[in-house]
Design a protein. Structure first.
Length: 80
């Protein structure tokens, strides 16, 4: 079987089976490496922690800004 025949046969497969063939071929070109995968997981977790920290900080800042703003209006007797 030549390459063109192989491609034609692969194209005639249902979508799910074509996806499986593609997955197998791509993995054969770039086999997974556990060490690199672990490093990516560590980076992703660190970034998620950073994002969660920023959201918490923004909440805290906005909460205190609202409290401070209300206090200043009360002190200055400003009408809204």
């Amino acid at each position: 079987m030549n390459i063109q025949e192989l491609v034609s046969e692969a194209e005639s497969l249902p979508v799910e089976e074509r996806a499986r063939v593609v997955d197998v071929l791509l993995r054969s070109l770039n086999s997974p490496e556990a060490d690199i995968d672990k490093q990516w997981v560590d980076v992703a977790r660190s970034r998620l922690d950073d994002i969660r920290g920023v959201k918490w900080l923004r909440f805290q800042v906005s909460k205190y800004s609202l409290t401070l703003g209300q206090g200043l209006r009360d002190e200055c007797s400003l009408s809204p």
